[in-house]
Design a protein around this ligand. Structure first.
Ligand SMILES: [Zn+2]
Length: 148
């Protein structure tokens, strides 16, 4: 039996700022109430409240690694440039510190990278997100009519 989702207001973000705010809250990009993650690294398959499926296609979240890798690279590079060339800190201190940062930061930022990817995809492709939502409603209609 398909789970019964409550009929709540759910719509994709309508601005870049709203997409960013929804992403940083780690909530469902459609209803902004359901939790994206059930643990530190464990992502829910669907929103508990509106039923929106987070992984829209197989391998969908591969794109979030670009966000994670890109930000890690940018932060590491600019930190090295500023600390070494501007402030004058030696490589002996910088290299081990930045190497540790390169291992820890992507793990800590993992949830935010996935959330950013999902929210901005819903913003740039709202039709796909809404189509999935209408499919969900069509699947539920026959089920709810059987129960009544
Ligand atoms: Zn939701």
């Amino acid at each position: 039996m398909a789970p019964n989702y409550r009929p709540i207001t759910a719509a994709p973000p309508d601005s870049v700022g709203q997409a960013f705010l929804r992403a940083t809250s780690l909530k469902c990009p459609m209803c902004v109430k359901g939790q994206l993650f059930s643990g530190m690294l464990r992502m829910n398959e669907t929103c508990d409240l509106c039923g929106f499926r987070f992984e829209r296609d197989p391998g969908y979240f591969l794109g979030s690694t670009y966000i994670n890798y890109g930000l890690t690279t940018l932060l590491t590079t600019w930190t090295y440039i500023i600390l070494h060339f501007v402030i004058g800190i030696g490589r002996g201190w910088l290299i081990p510190g930045l190497a540790t940062f390169c291992v820890i930061f992507p793990v800590v930022f993992f949830r935010y990278a996935r959330s950013l990817w999902l929210c901005f995809d819903c913003y740039f492709d709202p039709t796909g997100a809404l189509e999935q939502r209408s499919e969900l409603n069509q699947e539920q209609d026959p089920e709810s009519s059987k129960e009544n």
